[in-house]
Design a binder for this molecule. Structure first.
Ligand SMILES: Nc1ncnc2c1ncn2[C@@H]1O[C@H](COP(=O)(O)OP(=O)(O)O)[C@@H](O)[C@H]1O
Ligand SMILES: [Mg+2]
Length: 149
């Protein structure tokens, strides 16, 4: 079982400035944990996951209030784990972006930088879903398929 003794958590309003705030959290936490080598990858991965969760949240017409986006950053011997909760139950779907397309690359980056990533739906009463991604190596790319693209 993987163990992640270092942990931090923050809840953000689902607004466009949240990924920037989250990068600040990532930088501070990783520096405090002496894991600054992970900062570049972790910032990118957290930015992509947070941005996706915010866009997904925006696309729903919520009846009662606007749900937040939640970020957990965990670290330990197995690497750095980022987990992002949003209130939308639809899972993320990685797609292959066309060469000239600006969108559709976020999860490709996550996949390339992470040893693995997945999505799960926590049981009631939480609802929504958590997308999580494990960066096990601060330097190399994880996925063969993304290289050279
Ligand atoms: N948190 C999420 N909730 C619901 N759908 C998501 C989420 N993250 C990603 N997706 C879906 O997966 C697709 C691919 O995501 P991504 O690779 O980041 O590309 P982009 O965000 O540029 O469309 C998105 O277009 C969206 O349909
Ligand atoms: Mg995206």
């Amino acid at each position: 079982m993987a163990s992640f003794p270092m942990r931090t958590f923050m809840e953000y309003g689902a607004y466009r400035n949240a990924p920037g705030s989250a990068r600040g959290l990532v930088r501070n936490a990783l520096e405090e944990w002496r894991l600054g080598a992970f900062e570049e990858k972790a910032s990118l991965v957290v930015t992509e996951l947070m941005t996706n969760s915010i866009i997904a949240t925006e696309q729903v017409a919520w009846e009662a209030g606007w749900p937040p986006v939640r970020l957990w950053l965990l670290a330990g011997p197995d690497g750095v784990l980022a987990a992002v909760w949003d209130a939308v139950t639809t899972p993320p779907r990685q797609r292959v972006a066309g060469e000239l397309e600006e969108n559709g690359r976020g999860l490709g980056i996550v996949d390339a930088y992470c040893a693995r990533w997945d999505c799960y739906r926590p049981p009631a009463p939480y609802g929504g879903k958590v997308t999580r991604a494990l960066i096990s190596d601060p330097h190399t790319e994880g996925s063969e398929s993304y290289r050279g693209r």
